[in-house]
Design a protein around this ligand. Structure first.
Ligand SMILES: Nc1ncnc2c1ncn2[C@@H]1O[C@H](COP(=O)(O)OP(=O)(O)O)[C@@H](O)[C@H]1O
Ligand SMILES: [Mg+2]
Length: 284
């Protein structure tokens, strides 16, 4: 656990960086009649680590999936390093971005999912080299060498030739992290990556991610219920409810003195103090 001094240091690390790596402008997302996100605006700076917290169904996964272009945007714009990801504004009109440009931008983004999503028919090594070889055009030899070094980093040096089904959940998730890192992403999206894991391996996976945070400048957008982890690694926490940002701020502020009743109630439920009452309290 970092000391308070270290966490202050972390918070200051990106203050000099003005560049916005992820920018949501008036984002709207509907599933049929269900409006999940509306008029959503936020930015994530280069090298910044932002954690989204909030109740189930509030739209956190949808946000990450939109950045990963796994969902179609219903309205508004998402910019990656100032470049439109799926739609651009031209002569006052909202026009789709050519697929090729979209694909190119997406190579800068990696995602780790709650359910690992490894390719079951491929070995661990094949899972890791697939995108670097076929999307980035990295020579296979180089991709393999890199995969071995990443497997070392995630503590699985001897699992290269196994298939995902022979690995535990924690091991599969570590492979999924290695697979995402193999693309040298500028942006890493983490969606409740420890929620499907046995409690005793959660710490190992979080430590790997802490190390990635400490040793790289990768921009991270994180969804997690691991509040200790969120507090350690994030520069900013955004409390989300019903598709809206309720409040945002430095993790020390959000976790120790949240302003909004909704945030207080959520944190008290997640942190396990008085959760029963919290859950039955009516919304503001
Ligand atoms: N593929 C989908 N089809 C229809 N509705 C969806 C789909 N994905 C998410 N939703 C709806 O969007 C809302 C937000 O979901 P989600 O982003 O998964 O929330 P969270 O990750 O915060 O739990 C929920 O009401 C959910 O039912
Ligand atoms: Mg989710």
């Amino acid at each position: 656990m970092p000391t308070p001094t270290e966490s202050t240091h972390v918070a200051e690390a990106t203050q000099n960086s003005g560049a916005h790596t992820i920018e949501f402008v008036d984002v709207e997302k509907r599933f049929g009649d269900n409006v999940v996100l509306k008029d959503l605006n936020f930015t994530v700076k280069q090298g910044e680590r932002v954690t989204l917290i909030g109740p189930s169904g509030s739209g956190k996964t949808t946000i990450l999936r939109l950045v990963m272009t796994l969902e179609e945007l219903s309205g508004g714009y998402i910019y990656i390093d100032g470049e439109p990801l799926t739609h651009a504004q031209r002569d006052g009109k909202r026009v789709p971005v050519p697929k090729k440009q979209q694909k190119k931008l997406r190579t800068r983004i990696g995602m780790v999912f709650q359910q690992f999503n490894l390719f079951p028919n491929m070995t661990v090594l094949e899972n890791i080299i697939e995108a670097p070889v076929h999307v980035l055009g990295l020579p296979k030899k180089e991709a393999i060498a890199k995969a071995h070094s990443l497997l070392e980093q995630v503590g699985l040096p001897d699992k290269a030739d196994e298939h995902p089904s022979s690995l535990s959940g924690g091991q599969q998730q570590r492979v999924a992290i290695a697979r995402a890192l193999a693309m040298d992403p500028e942006i890493l999206l983490l969606d409740e990556v420890t929620s499907a894991l046995d409690p005793e391996v959660v710490g190992d996976v979080l430590n790997i991610l802490r190390e990635v945070a400490d040793t790289t400048n990768v921009t991270m957008l994180i969804v997690t219920h691991e509040m200790g982890f969120a507090r350690d690694v994030s520069h900013k926490v955004m409390m989300f409810d019903e598709g809206h940002i309720v409040e945002e701020g430095h993790p020390d502020t959000i976790f120790t003195s949240p302003k909004h009743e909704r945030t207080k109630r959520f944190l008290s439920a997640v942190l396990g103090d008085g959760s029963a009452q919290s859950r039955t309290t009516s919304d503001d």
